[in-house]
Design a protein around this ligand. Structure first.
Ligand code: AMP
Length: 537
């Protein structure tokens, strides 16, 4: 190989953000900050307090809250086993993946020794008083099975016959051992959060928030993780801003106020083309009966439905109403509607929510096909769409989930909340030209000479203290170059500090937009800039 080729091969790998994740860069991050700041302000005026929950939780929490059969839990979570037994795990990997490929007394005896070593460590780990391996039934059973396997390999080796039958039996044994090894779990199975409602409810229970004045009103913001197929407006790491109201009853005014709060937030951001859809999906009384009716009706037209909807007739008939398939629209339009099948309590609640929204001047559209993807929703559901998002135009989804806290082991607690897709919200703001322009520096300090450098450092400190954004170049530049640089950075002013300026005590300020120049004493300069800033010049 030539030296050149060798060098080429050594080139370090260039890393890229993982598919479905992305870097948010300035100036776009300024918009993210503005959106988040607005959320803090608006939600604060509705009496909501911020909660920050961990990025990962036991997988079981999400499985229970979101529903084991949902796409989110069954295929989209990033899960991993969390434990301190890396050595043991390595040994297991060796035993699972590198069992002897040539069978003879020597290789089998090596395999036995490794297995015995693993069994000993597993036994010790299960009994460790400080940080034990969880003594789950699977783990206990695996220990007993592996002990028995080690002993019988030992016996086999004492009277070893190298016949095909013996070796074949050993081969089968290795496969059984592999399967046993695989069921052992060294610690908790955790997942990156695919949403935050489950965590907020977990925190409500964990911190006995039912003892606080009810309802408890919380909001959160941060990244969520779902292994979905990436496309515009759909990422694997995406951001949500959400809020939950827990406890204190299910008065329709609570539902209406939560919705009013999101709409106020969107209004404050001047989000364009906002459309609020609402529905009631009943409760444990009436929904199951409706679902059965829907299933029966869907079965009658099964042949005319696509494969996804056909499957959903069994798994979750409500989701058929979500279908965007053109060929199914005519069929869906004729299906029974839940509004006609709500029990009296749900119907009264729904009517009152609508009335409450009207009292608040919140415009809505009733959409009987609006069913939420997550299992725990009941009664009020809502979705908000916005402009410029193509097919992924839902920017917020929410609803009531009265049984969730109880499902997670807490006291019976009413709950309602929403989650806004922040990525989509930002995208929509950008599409409609609502993104703020890049913020340039206020002042670029062009300095030359050692004495001027010292003055420039002091000037930068004072200007920054007064709230101006200042660029202080780290090394001396010719004035021409410095002014060019100031222009590129979008600076409003260049403060020119050379030997003359420093000895005279008169500083030159150049306004870059029109090229005009004037001299100021140090205090006058600060005063001048303050006045200009107040005038937004
Ligand atoms: P959900 O938690 O599924 O009800 O989603 C609430 C909102 O989060 C949706 O309306 C979307 O705006 C947003 N969202 C959900 N999944 C994604 C994703 N993979 N990428 C970007 N935004 C998402």
């Amino acid at each position: 190989m030539s030296e050149g080729a060798a060098k080429k091969e050594e080139k370090p790998r260039k890393f890229q953000a993982i598919r479905g994740t992305r870097d948010l860069l300035p100036p776009e991050t300024a918009l993210w900050n503005r959106v988040e700041q607005t959320a803090h302000e608006v939600f604060g005026t509705f009496g909501f307090g911020e909660i920050r929950v961990p990025i990962f939780e036991p997988t079981e929490l999400f499985a229970r809250a979101v529903g084991g059969e949902t796409d989110i839990v069954s295929k989209e979570m990033y899960s991993f086993e969390d434990h301190d037994f890396s050595e043991l795990e390595k040994l297991r990997t060796v035993l699972v993946f590198r069992s002897p490929d040539v069978f003879n007394a020597h290789s089998i005896s090596l395999y036995r020794n490794q297995l015995a070593e693993f069994v000993k460590a597993l036994e010790a780990g299960l009994k460790d008083p400080e940080k034990p391996i969880p003594a789950t039934p699977d783990n206990q059973r695996a220990l007993t099975d592996l002990q028995a396997q080690t002993n019988s390999i030992e016996l086999m080796l004492q009277d070893f016959k190298n016949t095909p039958q013996v070796l074949q039996r050993f081969d089968l044994r290795v496969e059984t051992i592999r399967q046993t090894l695989r069921v052992i779990s060294f610690g908790d199975v955790l997942s990156l959060r695919p949403e935050a409602t489950a965590s907020v409810c977990r925190a409500y229970i964990e911190h006995n928030m039912q003892q606080l004045p009810q309802p408890v009103k919380l909001y959160y913001m941060g990244p969520m993780f779902r292994r979905e197929r990436p496309q515009k407006g759909r990422y694997r790491q995406f951001y949500q801003i959400g809020a939950e109201v827990l406890g204190g009853g299910d008065a329709p005014a609570i539902d209406a106020e939560v919705i009013e709060m999101v709409m106020t937030f969107f209004d404050r951001l001047d989000l364009q083309g906002v459309q609020l859809d609402i529905n009631s999906i009943g409760d444990r009384n009436c929904r199951p009966k409706y679902v059965e009716l829907l299933r029966a009706e869907l079965l009658k037209v099964k042949d005319k439905l696509g494969p996804d909807s056909q499957r959903r007739i069994e798994t979750n008939p409500l989701r058929v109403l979500d279908s965007k398939l053109e060929s199914e629209q005519g069929i869906i339009a004729k299906l029974p509607r839940i509004a006609d099948h709500l029990c009296e309590e749900c119907a009264t609640h729904y009517a009152a929510v609508k009335h409450q929204l009207e009292m608040r001047g919140v415009f809505f559209r009733e959409n009987w096909r609006l069913v939420r993807g997550l299992d725990y929703y009941m009664r009020t559901t809502f979705e908000i769409t916005a402009q410029g998002l193509g097919s992924q135009n839902a920017v917020c989804g929410g609803g009531r989930y009265d049984g969730l806290v109880e499902l997670l082991g807490g006291p019976p607690t009413k709950g309602i909340g929403f989650a806004i897709g922040e990525d989509r919200l930002i995208l929509s703001l950008q599409e409609s030209g609502k993104a703020p322009a890049q913020q340039g520096r206020d002042v670029y300090i062009a300095w030359m000479g050692e004495r001027a450098h010292a003055t420039a450092i002091r000037a930068a400190k004072d200007l920054r203290k007064a709230g101006f954004s200042v660029e202080l170049p780290p090394s001396e530049q010719k004035f021409g170059k410095a002014l060019g640089q100031a222009d590129k950075l979008g600076a409003k002013y260049a403060l020119i500090l050379g030997d003359n300026e420093v000895s005279e005590g008169l500083w030159t300020l150049k306004t870059l937009a029109d090229g005009s120049q004037a001299k100021y004493t140090e205090p006058d300069l600060l005063e001048h800039l303050r006045k200009q800033k107040a005038l937004k010049l």
